[in-house]
Design a protein around this ligand. Structure first.
Ligand SMILES: Cc1ncc(COP(=O)(O)O)c(C=O)c1O
Length: 472
């Protein structure tokens, strides 16, 4: 009875990434009401700096109460019809905030900005603008599981993975780019571009200058687009420093070229300000045709004027944004350290990272077999027995089994401590089991060996035993 679009399975809802959320919903951890429940560590939410936003709202009550600086009501103005161009005051404040995050090394023009209901909508809108159904975008693995839904489902576009691996810390290489391009050609897919997340979800690392240069060279040579999803740009809490693709274009004097026109940024306040519920996203493009097309499309997913007004006031308060950004980074760094050290104590290693709301955790040594079946088996154990919902690498299309994304900023410090205690008991239990099974294997091997010993060894040892008995 329903359309093929809604009944096809390219929505991706059946991935373990979303299944884990469902399991959490059925049995959510609560320190008092449900202390044995599942702790949600599969959600990249930033809850570390709400107090800063709340105290701003307390000190500046007018915008949330539909009032201007003269305390007069602006309710009617905000409630009436808005066009899809957005409020100029908000767009100006947002581009300045984007520059501030990048240390003011680049400036953004509000005329090149298109407002969207979150980065989800921004990514899909860009797909609608740049790709026909059946065209492909290349994406380095591991990647954000939501891309399967956001980029493919309604647009009919395809994703071809650029396989990155642990040997070089999952860095993008020229050969991996070329291989992905060839693979798309083999599948008769027209490649329209590359999409990267910088800093990366799920790796928590920012792209190096070398990788950024490779990407610009690649899209230039192949005459394709580059989308840089920079939704985590304000979460960089430690070195190496972060470079936006716009800075690379500027530094290479490519700003007013055809190449720059094919580079588009996706941004959102869901992570940096921790406001995913407000649905504030944007596309920044150097191509006016893309800006114009995306603006028209944005009428399917606008940000309410009320939200735009509130955020234009918050982001225009430069004293606030400066202190928010540095305090938020400090808190993220602290949390990141807590998780890394907590896991280290149990013998679990994380990929070295400098950004994001999660760690990319290496649990290969805990797999029963070096396969994705082994990974799912371990994941189920962690969800149901340990009580932690984490995201298996396979849901991020990682090509090596045994990696997991573990989020650290969507819970209190106390809850993270409980999670670490659970991991510790799990690791102890696994170690005990390993010793037992190794012991058993040894016993089996010995008994097998004695059964298959050649006759002369048996006779010799028998003889030796006799001698020993005689001696006694
Ligand atoms: C890389 C990436 N892009 C886009 C999104 C979607 O963000 P939004 O809540 O702004 O739609 C996410 C959310 O986790 C993400 O990690």
């Amino acid at each position: 009875m329903l359309s093929s679009k809604v009944t096809c399975n390219s929505h991706g809802q059946d991935s373990s990434y979303f299944l884990g959320w469902e399991e959490y919903e059925k049995n959510p951890y609560d320190e008092f009401k449900n202390p044995n429940g599942i702790i949600q560590m599969g959600l990249a939410e930033n809850q570390l700096s709400f107090d800063l936003l709340e105290s701003w709202l307390k000190n500046n009550p007018q915008p949330a109460a539909f009032k201007n600086h003269d305390n007069q009501s602006i309710f009617k103005e905000l409630a009436l019809f808005q066009d899809y161009h957005g409020l100029p005051a908000f767009k100006n404040a947002l581009v300045k905030f984007m520059s501030e995050i990048r240390g003011n090394t680049v400036s953004f023009d509000a005329n090149n900005l298109v407002l969207t209901a979150g980065a989800t909508s921004a990514n899909e809108t860009l797909m609608f603008c740049l790709a026909n159904p059946g065209d492909a975008f290349l994406i380095p693995t591991p990647y954000y599981p939501g891309f399967d839904r956001d980029l493919k489902w309604r647009t009919g576009a395809e994703i071809v993975p650029i396989h990155c691996s642990s040997y070089n810390g999952f860095r993008i290489t020229k050969s991996a780019l070329e291989e992905a391009y060839k693979e798309a050609e083999k599948q008769n897919l027209k490649v329209k571009g590359v999409l990267v997340t910088n800093p990366s979800n799920p790796l928590g690392t920012s792209l190096s200058l070398h990788e950024l240069d490779l990407l610009v060279n690649f899209i230039s040579m192949k005459n394709i687009h580059l989308i840089s999803d920079e939704i985590y740009s304000g979460t960089v809490f430690s070195s190496p420093s972060y470079t936006s693709i716009m800075e690379v274009l500027e530094n290479r004097n490519l700003m007013n070229t055809e190449i720059a026109k094919r580079v588009h940024i996706v941004y959102s306040l869901s992570k940096d300000l921790g406001l995913p519920g407000f649905r504030i996203g944007a596309i920044y493009s150097n191509d006016e045709l893309v800006v114009s097309a995306a603006t028209k499309m944005s009428s399917f997913g606008l940000i309410s004027s009320q939200t735009q007004h509130l955020l234009s006031e918050i982001l225009s308060d430069k004293k606030f944004t400066k202190s928010y950004l540095s305090e938020n980074r400090r808190r993220l760094k602290e949390r990141h350290e807590m998780l890394v050290k907590g896991l280290q104590k149990t013998g679990i290693r994380c990929l070295q990272s400098n950004a994001g709301l999660f760690c990319w955790v290496d649990m290969r040594h805990l797999l029963s077999s070096n396969t994705f079946e082994g990974e799912m088996e371990l994941w189920k154990k962690i969800v149901y027995e340990v009580g932690l919902n984490i995201s298996p690498g396979s849901s991020c299309h990682c090509s090596e089994p045994g990696w997991f994304r573990v989020c650290f900023a969507n819970m209190s410090e106390e809850t993270l401590n409980v999670a670490m205690q659970r991991v510790q008991s799990f690791a102890d239990c696994m170690a005990k089991k390993n010793i037992q099974s190794r012991h058993q294997q040894l016993l089996q091997r010995n008994s097998r060996r004695s059964k298959s010993l050649p006759k002369w060894v048996f006779e010799l040892s028998f003889h030796q035993r006799e001698i020993t008995a005689d001696e006694r």
